[in-house]
Design a protein. Structure first.
Lengths: 572, 150
């Protein structure tokens, strides 16, 4: 057995040296000032006209008359760079530094006599910030046309969402990589850049929730809830409507509105037909409540998931800053519905026969009570992880995956069957969408929009909030709110960072509110609307575009107004 | 088979079609078989986790419930009635059902007022084809005015 300190020292010294080297390297990465002064080095930062750091700028130092750079670097996420040179190379005379990045006008910097003296004296130099201006290349127009084309194709339903998004990604990459090699003006972005824009937290959160919801679907709980609305109301039509709305809203907040309505609609239709009511007088209120309710929590809608991940908003943030306002919106919606359908509610409602009651109970029964109990326990734990996980830095995506795994292991061990339930086309749509938003971000379209919006709202944060809420609400009725929200996020980030006197996240909640509440404004505004219309049509009750707008648009205006009031009270 | 096959697609106009069918069956002293076909094509528009089989089951139960309401109304009028619900495209399923049960008459409702005019022509053409193919009488009822509420 060896004793004494010799062996530990023998191991410690090289290890300490390694740490020192790594530490110096890290210092060089993040402390250009210190490095510049320690070696013959030039350091600085590159920003755009909006003051935002520009990542990926190629910075090269050339000696006059030479084509090979003597030093080069690429700017980091914070726009900083460090050009490390030998003492000989650090002679600033006859040096120029070139800053280049696709979609920006290149800049050059040449030293003044003061710079030369400073460099000689200190051996390093911190250069002033370099501002790069955007350049609208052919790539800009192609990326913009591809993105707008994608929105149009999705809105007109010419192609499936996923196919539309993939097609546009294919166009962007083809132009970038094939065209870009022939003409740099055609370059938009490459695979590495595209992947950096994909938010995998969103993908995994969606994946986890899809598995959780897929298992809960099998229990029959949605159908049972719809039947309970009838039973608890004892046939009073207005009360049944209110209970149905509250159930649909709550289910959408925690699960998703499409599944909620897909499974509640058939039973609701049966109840309406048995009571000799027009089914739309029950379906439309439930649907609008589901669309509204989804806004309540982080996991209620894909739009909230995207916004939450981008802005770093957790489950509790939504509970604190949006849920109370959404409850106000739901109450306003109930008021509107009770007024709108007052004639139908005055009807007594035909009493169901014994046979009809039996059949409804059978159709609405819980299919698997054991599975429901287990799924309920896992779901409660999942909600606990969402709420308390933030304290231990557990991202919602990880909580969702834990919930999904627990469901698969304990509740439904048929992994293959469950993975078939996951909507992979939707996940691929999101990946392609993120890449497309990345493309228009790279070419400068988002910056251009952000600058335009900033000019429009001036220094008025309330104007910004109102604009975001109402434009989102109205546009969401015409185009898919998911790509719209994804594209708006960098604009919102810019406004949040530059508007004086604004709560950092107020505009993100404004975007969520507008984009989600807009789902009630037209038939095409939400997937839930389309599936309910599909089921209703098969039962012989067609919901036309005009019919939907006649009921849904006033509801959107009312709930958006109430939501706006909440935002004003809460944030301003 | 000595029965009238009444094709139903739900809705207020369909209830009128059913009443007309029942009255005719009473007059001709025949039974009524209510027939409905459904599909789940609308699920292509849903973008989340979905069990196609669960949705299909729900649709089947919904259609069966609607058929039972129709049967109950027929029984109230002292007409013997049963129902058939099939999954698939309407024309194909209708062809199969007619081949199976050989009704004496097939009744179809008039296309609704909010549907395109060409549907009546298409329906008439379909009836002609099936009549020639299956040697069964097909009849499209005249348009019935119904209040479309909500």
């Amino acid at each position: 057995m060896q004793t004494g300190s010799r062996k530990p020292l023998h191991r410690v010294v090289p290890f300490a040296s390694l740490i020192a080297i790594v530490g110096l390297w890290l210092a060089a990465q993040f402390q250009p000032q210190a490095v510049a002064r320690a070696q013959g080095a030039l350091a600085g930062r590159v920003i755009d006209v909006q003051g935002e750091p520009v990542q990926g700028v190629h910075v090269r130092a050339y000696r006059e008359g030479e084509s090979e750079p003597i030093a080069e670097d690429e700017t980091l996420f914070d726009g900083t760079y460090v050009l490390l040179m030998t003492e000989d190379e650090a002679e600033l005379k006859d040096m120029r530094i070139v800053y280049e990045r696709p979609h920006f006008i290149s800049e050059e910097w040449s030293p003044s006599s003061t710079n030369v003296n400073d460099m000689t004296q200190h051996g390093g130099l911190i250069l002033p910030d370099v501002t790069l201006e955007r350049r609208f290349s052919i790539g800009f127009w192609i990326a913009t046309a591809a993105f707008l084309g994608m929105l149009l194709v999705i809105a007109t339903e010419k192609l499936h969402n996923t196919l539309a998004a993939l097609m546009c990604v294919a166009v962007v990459f083809s132009v970038s990589l094939v065209g870009g090699s022939l003409n740099p003006e055609l370059f938009i972005l490459d695979f590495d850049q595209a992947l950096e824009h994909v938010d995998f937290e969103v993908i995994f959160l969606l994946l986890g929730m899809m598995i959780v919801i897929g298992i809960i679907e099998e229990t029959g709980i949605f159908q049972w809830l719809a039947y309970q609305a009838y039973r608890l109301s004892r046939g009073k039509v207005w009360l049944m409507t209110v209970i149905l709305m509250l159930m649909a809203g709550a289910a959408s907040a925690l699960l998703d509105n499409v599944t909620t309505m897909l499974l509640m609609t058939p039973i609701t239709l049966q109840i309406a037909l048995a009571m000799r009511l027009n089914p739309l007088s029950l379906l439309m209120p439930a649907l609008m409540a589901a669309n509204t309710g989804g806004l309540m929590t982080l996991v209620g809608t894909p739009v909230n998931i995207i916004i939450g991940s981008y802005a770093g908003l957790g489950f509790n943030d939504f509970l604190l800053h949006l849920t109370p306002g959404v409850i106000m919106c739901e109450l306003a919606l109930i008021g509107y519905v009770l007024w709108r359908y007052r004639k139908e509610h005055r009807q007594a409602g035909h009493k169901l026969s014994t046979e009809q009651m039996k059949q409804l109970e059978e159709n609405a029964r819980i299919h698997d009570p054991v599975k429901l109990r287990k799924a309920g326990i896992v779901f409660a734990i999942l909600m606990g992880l969402f709420i308390f996980g933030e304290a231990i830095h557990l991202p919602p995506a990880v909580a969702a995956i834990i919930g999904a795994v627990a469901m698969l292991l304990w509740v439904n061990p048929d992994v293959e069957a469950m993975l078939k339930v996951v909507d992979w086309t939707t996940l691929i749509f999101f990946i392609a969408l993120f890449m497309m938003v990345g493309a228009i971000q790279e070419v400068g379209l988002i910056s251009w929009i952000a600058a335009g919006v900033r000019t429009l709202v001036g220094d008025n944060p309330i104007a910004a909030m109102l604009g975001i809420v109402w434009v989102s609400a109205l546009l969401s009725g015409l185009i898919d709110n998911i790509p719209f929200a994804a594209a708006m996020l960098p604009v919102v980030r810019y406004l949040s960072a530059t508007l004086p006197g604004i709560d950092g996240n107020a505009l993100y909640y404004s975007l969520a509110l507008g984009a989600d509440l807009g789902g009630n404004s037209s038939l095409i505004a939400s997937s839930a609307n389309l599936v309910v219309a599909g089921i209703s049509e098969r039962a012989g009750y067609r919901i036309t575009f005009r019919k939907f707008v006649a009921i849904g648009l006033p509801a959107t205006l009312i709930t958006t107004a109430v939501g706006t009031i909440w935002l004003l009270i809460h944030f301003f | 088979m000595d029965s009238i096959l009444c094709c139903i697609r739900g809705g207020e106009a369909s209830i009128e079609t059913q009443k007309h069918c029942v009255a005719l069956a009473k007059q001709l002293k025949k039974d009524v078989i209510f027939f409905m076909a459904y599909d789940v094509e609308f699920m292509a528009r849903a973008n989340y986790a979905l069990h196609a089989d669960i949705v299909s089951e729900e649709m089947a139960e919904m259609c069966a419930f609607m058929m039972n309401l129709a049967v109950e109304r027929a029984l109230e009028d002292s007409v013997k009635a049963t129902s058939m619900v099939r999954f698939g495209p309407f024309v194909e399923e209708l062809r199969k059902v007619v081949s199976e049960i050989s009704p004496s008459l097939v009744i179809l409702g008039h296309p609704g007022a909010d549907e395109a005019g060409h549907r009546l022509a298409a329906l008439q053409s379909l009836c002609e084809t099936l009549r020639a193919e299956l040697n069964v009488e097909f009849r499209i009822l005249p348009e019935i005015n119904v209040n479309h509420a909500a």
